[in-house]
Design a protein around this ligand. Sequence first.
Ligand code: UDP
Ligand code: MG
Length: 316
Amino acid sequence: MLSIVIPAYNERENIGFLYREILDELSGGSLDFEIIFVDDGSRDDTFSEIQQLAKGDARVSGLKLSRNFGHQVALLAGLNEARGDKILTMDADGQHPPSLILPLVEKLDEGYDIVNTVREATMDAGFIKKRTSGMFYRMFNALSEVRIQESSSDFRIMNREALVAFLSIDEHNRFTRGLVGWMGFRQTSVSFVAPGRNSGKSKYTGRRMLRFAFDGLTAFSSKPLRISTYLGLTILAIGIAYGIYAVIVYFAGKSNPGWTSLMISILVLGGTQLLILGIIGEYIARIFIESKRRPHYFIERRAGAAPGAKDPRKVE
Ligand code: UDP
Ligand code: MG
């Protein structure tokens, strides 16, 4: 059986449309499937749409998380419920075309454990989103030992073995693409052109993208910490050299009011110190979050069947 996991946050207009599209693709074939919608604390009628579909089709089930936990956690919640031996994740907004589902299944059947997808283009991505996203992947690959392809997406299929491995990773601030890359197994990827959103606006605002980027970088690399140490050392060396120069100038009797150099050193040093403190703080924040060992999410309501495997992390 194929499990299709679809996180949705305020996607009322897209749910029914996507469901019909998936049905068009799969109903003719022999593939048994289930669709698991995860309502990530939407403030619109997303969940009643899901309930509606679940009522009419036993293959559809839904979870409503108790609040908005974010895309990556919603994915985890859905994956925890999946019962299939092949598990596919896709977005609710139509940017992950259902016409790719069967080709992905076929690719998996060729003998892979995980088939990822890479966006060749995204029809509605603006200049800034494209640029910052490209920059992020280059930075990630430079800093981390795990490689992820530029324009990776969370549209992927994996088999049960890979899913079990994925679900055994218990960390918070999950950066799914990095985790999957880190896992190993037999992986391959397929490229596709992501159409524009079917309806609504992207939920990844600038702030969320930045957070996502920080989660990714801090989870997979401690190099920023080392870089800040080097930066600190370099500036210290410059400071000492300048200090010696200042003393020589003083004894030579040529010391001047020195306002400019004073200001520059205060600003440069102050700025660098704040930057380094900030980087250290990002890591400490993540240690703090992990140390509390909170559940990843809460399920508020369910729609349809999907009893789901019992998971000790899940508090209901
Ligand atoms: N999403 C979610 N929780 C969130 C934000 C997004 O479940 O807090 C879902 C969203 O409904 C969509 C998918 O994650 O199905 C990708 O989000 P979006 O389309 O907004 O991102 P983009 O495609 O612009 O990167
Ligand atoms: Mg989208």
